[in-house]
Design a protein around this ligand. Structure first.
Ligand code: AKG
Ligand code: FE2
Length: 400
């Protein structure tokens, strides 16, 4: 059974010695709920931490390995050790002594030095707003033109634009668009049974600029959160200023295409919101991703390069359709090329064997499907579903 992948989690990412260089100036800060933010050491001031972590009380930091306390005074940055994880605690929080912890030693939860709290969705929201506020105030983009869609031709391949335009033209003239009317060279169907597609989407220069932008962002020490409950490295694009342009990309380009390829989510606004991130694989860090399905109606996965071998996507059937489980398809990446699949399509990323790989992933979602379930029975069914993804996901699958 593959794991269900969600966007928020509390799992621990451990930095390896080889990643020292890249993470040298960062620490991981963790809330009492297990929400991680990685931040450049020089940005760790009390005011900033209290804002990012929505703390009203006097906050202090606790090194989760050494249990050493670092008061958040003006000397805090000098006392922090790169690549360590610090729990952000309020003075009033209960910090268990070793003895107390040993006394209740029955599962992994107990190895946490402080009492764990349940995740409050409002807190996640406020944390996101604060992260974005900090970035908006302080971050200087390297390629500011990436953050809007004013010039779609600089981002999107001509054949992709042509395909979307032809769908729009047909819709506007009242004709139901048909797959057969797309430009002949555009769409490759890799599997009819599971509706797995590939097409040219992003221009090479745009992909390489995006990778440079993300590397620049990482070096700036601005707040970063893990992309989802399984990928340890990468960046959530929605959180760092790309949300408006990605909303446009979804509304004007991807939703019309998905309506044609996956008519099931035509309800309401179709695919009307998304969780979009870049995953990153390097030899010394994460090299692969295990078998799972996504917290999405439809997933877009586009390869951004840069140079790597291996890393193919592997597909193994739709989780709710046992008759498709014997599918075994390996799909190779090609810079700028998109793979489009159902969220429930079970998949994995094979290990890279050299280099580094970046892919942009958009988990596309339909509001009606998620929040306006119609009958009691369907609501129950959804509850069941969600429970299932929590059970198997790492930590807390948060899908909003
Ligand atoms: O590594 C990839 O390209 C796939 C990542 C993926 O499946 C995911 O993040 O949901
Ligand atoms: Fe996935």
């Amino acid at each position: 059974m593959p794991e269900a992948l969600g966007d928020t989690c509390a799992a621990t990412a451990t930095a390896t010695a080889e990643s020292v260089d890249r993470k040298a100036a960062r620490v991981t800060l963790r809330s009492m709920e297990g929400l991680d933010v990685s931040l450049g050491i020089h940005w760790v001031t009390r005011e900033r931490v209290e804002r990012l972590f929505v703390m009203q009380q006097h906050a202090t930091l606790l090194n989760t390995e050494t249990l050493e306390i670092v008061p958040l005074d003006e000397n805090a940055p000098a006392k922090l050790k790169a690549r360590q994880c610090y729990m952000v605690v309020a003075e009033a929080d209960t910090i268990l002594t070793d003895e107390e912890r040993n006394a209740s030693d029955n599962d992994e939860e107990d190895s946490k030095p402080v009492e764990r709290r349940a995740i409050d969705p409002a807190k996640i929201n406020t944390m996101q707003i604060e992260k974005l506020a900090m970035i908006t105030e302080l971050y200087k983009p390297l390629h500011s033109e990436l953050y809007d869609l004013n010039d779609p031709a600089s981002m999107l391949e001509p054949v992709f634009l042509e395909a979307v335009e032809s769908i729009q033209a047909q819709t506007e003239s009242g004709v139901a668009a048909e797959i057969s009317s797309l430009p002949a060279s555009f769409l490759t169907c890799l599997s009819e049974a599971t509706r797995l597609y590939q097409f040219a989407m992003l221009r090479r220069e745009w992909c390489l600029k995006l990778v440079e932008e993300l590397q620049h962002f990482e070096k700036s020490g601005m707040p970063l959160a893990r992309p989802n409950s399984m990928n340890n490295y990468g960046t959530i694009l929605n959180d760092i200023g790309f949300l408006p342009m990605l909303n446009e990309l979804l509304a004007y380009h991807l939703n019309p295409l998905c309506k044609l390829l996956y008519p099931a989510w035509d309800e309401g606004g179709g695919l009307d919101h998304h969780h979009t991130f870049v995953v990153q694989y390097r030899m010394a860090e994460d090299r692969e991703l295990k078998f799972h399905f996504d917290d999405a109606e439809v997933t877009l996965n586009v390869c951004l390069g840069t140079e790597f071998t291996g890393g193919a996507l592997y597909f193994g059937g739709l989780f709710d359709a046992p008759e498709t489980h014997d599918e075994s398809l390996a799909v190779q990446h090609q810079l700028g090329r998109a793979t489009l699949h159902l969220g429930k399509h079970r998949h994995a990323a094979k290990p890279i064997t050299s280099g580094e790989r970046y892919n942009m992933i958009m988990w596309m979602r339909n509001f009606c499907k998620r929040y306006h379930t119609h009958s009691e029975a369907e609501r129950d069914e959804d509850q069941h579903h969600h429970g299932h993804s929590h059970e198997h996901g790492h930590g807390h699958g948060h899908s909003h």
